[in-house]
Design a protein around this ligand. Structure first.
Ligand code: FAD
Length: 304
Protein backbone atom coordinates (compact mmCIF):
# COMPACT_ATOMS: atom_id res chain seq x y z
CA UNK A 1 0.00 0.00 0.00
CA UNK A 2 2.66 2.48 1.04
CA UNK A 3 4.70 1.54 -2.05
CA UNK A 4 1.69 1.93 -4.37
CA UNK A 5 0.95 5.34 -2.88
CA UNK A 6 4.57 6.38 -3.33
CA UNK A 7 4.62 5.08 -6.92
CA UNK A 8 1.63 7.23 -7.86
CA UNK A 9 2.20 9.96 -10.48
CA UNK A 10 3.41 13.01 -8.66
CA UNK A 11 1.17 16.04 -8.72
CA UNK A 12 -2.11 14.29 -7.88
CA UNK A 13 -3.41 12.51 -4.81
CA UNK A 14 -3.80 8.74 -5.16
CA UNK A 15 -7.10 7.11 -4.24
CA UNK A 16 -8.23 3.64 -3.24
CA UNK A 17 -11.60 1.93 -2.85
CA UNK A 18 -13.31 -0.47 -0.46
CA UNK A 19 -15.63 -3.35 -1.36
CA UNK A 20 -17.57 -5.80 0.78
CA UNK A 21 -18.16 -9.51 0.09
CA UNK A 22 -21.35 -9.86 -2.01
CA UNK A 23 -24.28 -11.84 -0.63
CA UNK A 24 -25.36 -13.77 -3.71
CA UNK A 25 -24.53 -14.41 -7.35
CA UNK A 26 -26.31 -11.32 -8.66
CA UNK A 27 -24.47 -9.11 -6.17
CA UNK A 28 -21.21 -10.80 -7.07
CA UNK A 29 -21.75 -10.11 -10.78
CA UNK A 30 -22.39 -6.48 -9.93
CA UNK A 31 -19.25 -6.35 -7.79
CA UNK A 32 -17.17 -7.65 -10.69
CA UNK A 33 -18.54 -4.93 -12.97
CA UNK A 34 -17.56 -2.40 -10.31
CA UNK A 35 -14.10 -3.97 -9.93
CA UNK A 36 -13.58 -3.71 -13.71
CA UNK A 37 -14.81 -0.08 -13.74
CA UNK A 38 -12.31 0.83 -11.05
CA UNK A 39 -9.50 -1.14 -12.66
CA UNK A 40 -9.58 1.38 -15.51
CA UNK A 41 -9.28 4.26 -13.04
CA UNK A 42 -6.08 2.80 -11.55
CA UNK A 43 -6.64 3.04 -7.78
CA UNK A 44 -3.53 2.64 -5.60
CA UNK A 45 -5.22 -0.38 -3.98
CA UNK A 46 -8.62 -1.92 -3.31
CA UNK A 47 -9.66 -3.33 0.05
CA UNK A 48 -12.21 -6.03 0.83
CA UNK A 49 -13.96 -6.08 4.20
CA UNK A 50 -14.23 -9.15 6.42
CA UNK A 51 -17.62 -10.12 7.84
CA UNK A 52 -18.70 -11.81 11.03
CA UNK A 53 -19.88 -15.20 9.78
CA UNK A 54 -18.49 -18.26 8.00
CA UNK A 55 -19.83 -17.93 4.44
CA UNK A 56 -19.26 -14.19 4.11
CA UNK A 57 -15.71 -14.73 5.39
CA UNK A 58 -15.11 -17.42 2.77
CA UNK A 59 -16.30 -14.98 0.11
CA UNK A 60 -13.86 -12.32 1.30
CA UNK A 61 -10.98 -14.77 1.03
CA UNK A 62 -12.09 -16.09 -2.38
CA UNK A 63 -12.79 -12.68 -3.94
CA UNK A 64 -9.59 -11.13 -2.59
CA UNK A 65 -7.69 -14.03 -4.18
CA UNK A 66 -9.55 -13.64 -7.47
CA UNK A 67 -8.81 -9.91 -7.59
CA UNK A 68 -5.12 -10.71 -7.02
CA UNK A 69 -5.14 -13.38 -9.72
CA UNK A 70 -7.37 -11.91 -12.43
CA UNK A 71 -6.92 -8.14 -12.26
CA UNK A 72 -4.10 -5.60 -12.23
CA UNK A 73 -5.34 -4.27 -8.87
CA UNK A 74 -3.50 -4.53 -5.54
CA UNK A 75 -5.92 -6.10 -3.04
CA UNK A 76 -5.79 -5.47 0.71
CA UNK A 77 -7.52 -8.14 2.78
CA UNK A 78 -9.27 -6.94 5.95
CA UNK A 79 -8.83 -9.51 8.72
CA UNK A 80 -10.53 -9.45 12.13
CA UNK A 81 -9.88 -11.40 15.31
CA UNK A 82 -13.58 -12.08 15.97
CA UNK A 83 -14.33 -15.75 16.77
CA UNK A 84 -10.91 -16.88 15.56
CA UNK A 85 -8.33 -18.81 17.56
CA UNK A 86 -4.70 -17.91 16.97
CA UNK A 87 -4.33 -21.16 14.98
CA UNK A 88 -7.21 -20.14 12.70
CA UNK A 89 -5.75 -16.66 12.26
CA UNK A 90 -2.41 -18.25 11.31
CA UNK A 91 -4.16 -20.50 8.77
CA UNK A 92 -6.03 -17.55 7.29
CA UNK A 93 -2.86 -15.53 6.89
CA UNK A 94 -1.21 -18.59 5.33
CA UNK A 95 -3.99 -18.91 2.79
CA UNK A 96 -3.52 -15.25 1.82
CA UNK A 97 0.22 -15.80 1.43
CA UNK A 98 -0.53 -18.80 -0.85
CA UNK A 99 -2.64 -16.54 -3.08
CA UNK A 100 0.18 -13.98 -3.26
CA UNK A 101 -1.65 -11.48 -1.05
CA UNK A 102 0.77 -9.52 1.08
CA UNK A 103 -1.38 -6.60 2.19
CA UNK A 104 -3.53 -7.11 5.27
CA UNK A 105 -5.58 -4.61 7.28
CA UNK A 106 -5.36 -5.97 10.84
CA UNK A 107 -8.51 -5.31 12.86
CA UNK A 108 -9.98 -6.54 16.07
CA UNK A 109 -13.54 -6.49 14.73
CA UNK A 110 -16.79 -6.02 16.63
CA UNK A 111 -19.02 -8.49 18.47
CA UNK A 112 -21.20 -10.27 15.87
CA UNK A 113 -24.88 -9.32 15.97
CA UNK A 114 -24.46 -6.12 17.95
CA UNK A 115 -21.30 -4.19 17.03
CA UNK A 116 -21.72 -1.91 20.03
CA UNK A 117 -22.28 -4.82 22.45
CA UNK A 118 -19.75 -6.33 24.83
CA UNK A 119 -16.54 -7.52 23.21
CA UNK A 120 -15.46 -11.07 24.12
CA UNK A 121 -12.18 -12.41 22.81
CA UNK A 122 -12.02 -15.99 21.51
CA UNK A 123 -10.58 -18.10 24.40
CA UNK A 124 -7.60 -18.98 22.24
CA UNK A 125 -7.56 -15.77 20.25
CA UNK A 126 -6.25 -12.23 20.61
CA UNK A 127 -7.72 -9.28 22.51
CA UNK A 128 -6.56 -6.31 20.45
CA UNK A 129 -5.56 -5.48 16.90
CA UNK A 130 -2.05 -4.78 18.18
CA UNK A 131 -1.62 -8.50 18.94
CA UNK A 132 -2.87 -9.36 15.45
CA UNK A 133 -0.22 -7.05 13.98
CA UNK A 134 2.46 -8.89 15.98
CA UNK A 135 1.07 -12.27 14.95
CA UNK A 136 0.94 -11.51 11.22
CA UNK A 137 4.42 -9.98 11.30
CA UNK A 138 5.79 -13.18 12.83
CA UNK A 139 4.29 -15.18 9.99
CA UNK A 140 6.10 -13.50 7.13
CA UNK A 141 6.74 -10.55 4.98
CA UNK A 142 3.36 -8.78 5.05
CA UNK A 143 2.49 -5.13 4.64
CA UNK A 144 0.12 -4.24 7.43
CA UNK A 145 -2.35 -1.45 7.99
CA UNK A 146 -4.59 -0.77 10.99
CA UNK A 147 -7.75 1.24 11.74
CA UNK A 148 -7.68 4.76 13.15
CA UNK A 149 -10.56 6.83 14.50
CA UNK A 150 -10.81 10.59 13.91
CA UNK A 151 -13.52 10.89 16.57
CA UNK A 152 -11.86 8.32 18.84
CA UNK A 153 -12.96 4.67 18.97
CA UNK A 154 -16.27 4.34 20.79
CA UNK A 155 -14.72 1.98 23.38
CA UNK A 156 -11.79 4.26 24.20
CA UNK A 157 -12.29 6.06 27.52
CA UNK A 158 -10.85 9.27 26.03
CA UNK A 159 -8.80 10.55 23.09
CA UNK A 160 -5.50 10.20 24.99
CA UNK A 161 -6.04 6.46 25.46
CA UNK A 162 -7.25 6.16 21.88
CA UNK A 163 -4.04 7.79 20.60
CA UNK A 164 -1.85 5.70 22.87
CA UNK A 165 -3.33 2.42 21.62
CA UNK A 166 -3.18 3.52 18.00
CA UNK A 167 0.49 4.44 18.38
CA UNK A 168 1.10 0.98 19.87
CA UNK A 169 -0.44 -0.69 16.81
CA UNK A 170 1.76 1.40 14.55
CA UNK A 171 4.89 0.67 16.61
CA UNK A 172 4.03 -3.04 16.45
CA UNK A 173 4.73 -2.81 12.72
CA UNK A 174 1.70 -1.38 10.93
CA UNK A 175 2.88 0.80 8.05
CA UNK A 176 -0.20 2.99 7.74
CA UNK A 177 -3.73 3.42 9.04
CA UNK A 178 -7.07 3.87 7.33
CA UNK A 179 -9.58 5.95 9.26
CA UNK A 180 -13.14 5.26 10.19
CA UNK A 181 -15.61 7.24 8.08
CA UNK A 182 -15.94 10.81 9.35
CA UNK A 183 -17.71 13.93 8.16
CA UNK A 184 -15.71 16.73 9.76
CA UNK A 185 -12.24 17.29 8.30
CA UNK A 186 -11.12 18.94 11.55
CA UNK A 187 -11.55 15.57 13.29
CA UNK A 188 -9.05 14.07 10.83
CA UNK A 189 -6.59 16.95 11.32
CA UNK A 190 -6.80 16.64 15.09
CA UNK A 191 -6.14 12.88 14.85
CA UNK A 192 -3.08 13.57 12.70
CA UNK A 193 -1.83 16.15 15.24
CA UNK A 194 -2.43 13.78 18.16
CA UNK A 195 -0.37 10.97 16.61
CA UNK A 196 2.43 13.35 15.59
CA UNK A 197 2.56 14.80 19.11
CA UNK A 198 2.54 11.36 20.76
CA UNK A 199 5.24 9.87 18.53
CA UNK A 200 6.68 11.78 15.56
CA UNK A 201 8.04 8.59 13.97
CA UNK A 202 4.61 6.95 13.94
CA UNK A 203 3.03 10.28 12.99
CA UNK A 204 5.02 10.17 9.75
CA UNK A 205 3.15 7.01 8.63
CA UNK A 206 0.27 7.59 6.20
CA UNK A 207 -3.16 8.15 7.78
CA UNK A 208 -5.51 7.47 4.89
CA UNK A 209 -8.87 9.20 5.31
CA UNK A 210 -11.94 7.12 4.49
CA UNK A 211 -14.70 8.93 2.63
CA UNK A 212 -18.27 7.84 2.06
CA UNK A 213 -20.09 9.53 -0.83
CA UNK A 214 -23.58 9.42 0.73
CA UNK A 215 -26.27 8.11 -1.60
CA UNK A 216 -28.96 7.17 0.95
CA UNK A 217 -29.92 8.84 4.22
CA UNK A 218 -31.26 5.61 5.67
CA UNK A 219 -28.08 3.68 5.00
CA UNK A 220 -25.71 6.40 6.23
CA UNK A 221 -27.74 6.72 9.46
CA UNK A 222 -27.44 2.98 10.00
CA UNK A 223 -23.74 2.99 9.18
CA UNK A 224 -22.86 5.74 11.64
CA UNK A 225 -25.02 4.15 14.31
CA UNK A 226 -23.21 0.82 13.95
CA UNK A 227 -19.76 2.39 13.95
CA UNK A 228 -20.39 4.59 16.98
CA UNK A 229 -19.56 7.80 15.05
CA UNK A 230 -21.84 10.75 14.23
CA UNK A 231 -23.39 12.68 11.36
CA UNK A 232 -22.94 16.44 11.87
CA UNK A 233 -26.42 17.89 12.64
CA UNK A 234 -26.28 20.43 9.78
CA UNK A 235 -25.42 17.75 7.22
CA UNK A 236 -28.14 15.48 8.59
CA UNK A 237 -30.69 18.32 8.37
CA UNK A 238 -29.77 19.03 4.75
CA UNK A 239 -29.99 15.33 3.87
CA UNK A 240 -33.31 14.92 5.69
CA UNK A 241 -34.79 17.95 3.89
CA UNK A 242 -33.62 16.50 0.55
CA UNK A 243 -34.92 13.01 1.40
CA UNK A 244 -38.42 14.45 1.91
CA UNK A 245 -41.18 13.01 4.08
CA UNK A 246 -42.59 10.41 1.67
CA UNK A 247 -42.37 6.66 2.33
CA UNK A 248 -39.37 6.44 -0.07
CA UNK A 249 -36.53 8.91 0.34
CA UNK A 250 -35.70 11.06 -2.68
CA UNK A 251 -32.46 9.25 -3.50
CA UNK A 252 -31.46 11.56 -6.35
CA UNK A 253 -31.67 14.65 -4.11
CA UNK A 254 -29.80 12.92 -1.25
CA UNK A 255 -27.14 11.69 -3.63
CA UNK A 256 -26.56 15.17 -5.03
CA UNK A 257 -25.83 16.54 -1.56
CA UNK A 258 -23.75 13.46 -0.68
CA UNK A 259 -21.52 13.86 -3.71
CA UNK A 260 -21.12 17.59 -3.24
CA UNK A 261 -20.26 17.06 0.43
CA UNK A 262 -17.75 14.27 -0.28
CA UNK A 263 -16.12 16.43 -2.98
CA UNK A 264 -15.80 19.37 -0.58
CA UNK A 265 -14.28 17.18 2.14
CA UNK A 266 -11.84 15.59 -0.29
CA UNK A 267 -10.77 18.99 -1.65
CA UNK A 268 -9.94 20.19 1.83
CA UNK A 269 -8.13 16.93 2.70
CA UNK A 270 -6.06 17.18 -0.48
CA UNK A 271 -5.18 20.80 0.39
CA UNK A 272 -4.08 19.49 3.81
CA UNK A 273 -1.69 17.09 2.10
CA UNK A 274 -3.31 13.70 2.81
CA UNK A 275 -1.34 10.74 1.41
CA UNK A 276 -4.37 9.21 -0.39
CA UNK A 277 -8.18 9.11 -0.27
CA UNK A 278 -9.96 5.83 0.48
CA UNK A 279 -13.58 5.58 -0.72
CA UNK A 280 -16.35 3.35 0.58
CA UNK A 281 -18.07 2.28 -2.63
CA UNK A 282 -20.81 -0.08 -1.33
CA UNK A 283 -19.82 -2.08 -4.43
CA UNK A 284 -21.00 0.60 -6.88
CA UNK A 285 -18.67 2.76 -8.93
CA UNK A 286 -20.77 5.73 -10.04
CA UNK A 287 -20.86 7.94 -6.95
CA UNK A 288 -17.13 7.53 -6.22
CA UNK A 289 -16.30 8.11 -9.87
CA UNK A 290 -18.30 11.35 -9.83
CA UNK A 291 -16.39 12.59 -6.79
CA UNK A 292 -13.08 11.62 -8.44
CA UNK A 293 -14.11 13.49 -11.60
CA UNK A 294 -15.08 16.56 -9.58
CA UNK A 295 -11.61 16.45 -8.00
CA UNK A 296 -9.92 16.06 -11.39
CA UNK A 297 -8.34 12.77 -10.22
CA UNK A 298 -9.88 10.82 -13.11
CA UNK A 299 -11.03 11.99 -16.52
CA UNK A 300 -14.74 12.37 -17.26
CA UNK A 301 -16.00 9.76 -19.75
CA UNK A 302 -15.95 10.99 -23.35
CA UNK A 303 -19.28 12.52 -24.40
CA UNK A 304 -21.55 10.54 -26.71
P1 FAD B 1 -8.26 -2.21 18.49
O1 FAD B 1 -7.13 -1.41 17.96
O2 FAD B 1 -7.93 -3.51 19.14
O3 FAD B 1 -9.02 -1.28 19.52
C1 FAD B 1 -10.26 -1.69 20.11
C2 FAD B 1 -10.51 -0.87 21.38
O4 FAD B 1 -9.62 -1.29 22.40
C3 FAD B 1 -10.26 0.63 21.23
O5 FAD B 1 -11.18 1.31 22.03
C4 FAD B 1 -8.86 0.81 21.73
O6 FAD B 1 -8.62 2.13 22.19
C5 FAD B 1 -8.80 -0.22 22.85
N1 FAD B 1 -7.48 -0.79 23.08
C6 FAD B 1 -6.56 -1.12 22.15
N2 FAD B 1 -5.46 -1.66 22.73
C7 FAD B 1 -5.72 -1.68 24.06
C8 FAD B 1 -5.00 -2.14 25.22
N3 FAD B 1 -3.78 -2.66 25.10
N4 FAD B 1 -5.58 -2.03 26.43
C9 FAD B 1 -6.82 -1.50 26.56
N5 FAD B 1 -7.55 -1.04 25.52
C10 FAD B 1 -7.02 -1.12 24.30
N6 FAD B 1 -14.78 -4.53 11.13
C11 FAD B 1 -15.05 -5.74 10.58
O7 FAD B 1 -15.66 -6.59 11.22
N7 FAD B 1 -14.64 -6.06 9.30
C12 FAD B 1 -13.95 -5.18 8.53
O8 FAD B 1 -13.58 -5.49 7.40
C13 FAD B 1 -13.66 -3.88 9.07
N8 FAD B 1 -12.97 -2.97 8.36
C14 FAD B 1 -12.66 -1.77 8.92
C15 FAD B 1 -11.90 -0.86 8.17
C16 FAD B 1 -11.56 0.38 8.71
C17 FAD B 1 -10.76 1.35 7.89
C18 FAD B 1 -12.00 0.73 10.03
C19 FAD B 1 -11.66 2.07 10.60
C20 FAD B 1 -12.74 -0.17 10.78
C21 FAD B 1 -13.09 -1.43 10.25
N9 FAD B 1 -13.82 -2.37 10.95
C22 FAD B 1 -14.10 -3.60 10.40
C23 FAD B 1 -14.35 -2.04 12.29
C24 FAD B 1 -13.40 -2.41 13.44
O9 FAD B 1 -13.23 -3.81 13.48
C25 FAD B 1 -14.02 -1.88 14.72
O10 FAD B 1 -14.04 -0.47 14.70
C26 FAD B 1 -13.47 -2.39 16.02
O11 FAD B 1 -14.35 -2.00 17.07
C27 FAD B 1 -12.11 -1.83 16.39
O12 FAD B 1 -11.13 -2.44 15.69
P2 FAD B 1 -9.60 -2.02 15.90
O13 FAD B 1 -8.83 -2.85 14.98
O14 FAD B 1 -9.42 -0.55 15.85
O15 FAD B 1 -9.37 -2.51 17.43
Amino acid sequence: VVESIAAHDSGTTPFSVEFFPPRDEAAEARLWRTVRDFEQLRPAFVSITYGAGGSTRDRTVRITGEIAEHTTLTPVAHLTAVDHSIDELRAMVGSYADKGIRNILALRGDPPGNPLGEWCAHPEGVHYAEELVHLVRELGDFHLGVASFPEGHHRSPDLDHDTRYLVRKLRAGAEYSITQVFFDVDDYLRLRDRIAAADPEQGAKPIIPEILPITSLRSVRRMVELSGSALPPLLEERLAAAAGSGPQEDRAAVREIGIEFATGMAERLIAEGVPALHFITLNFSRATREVLQNLGLVAAPAAG
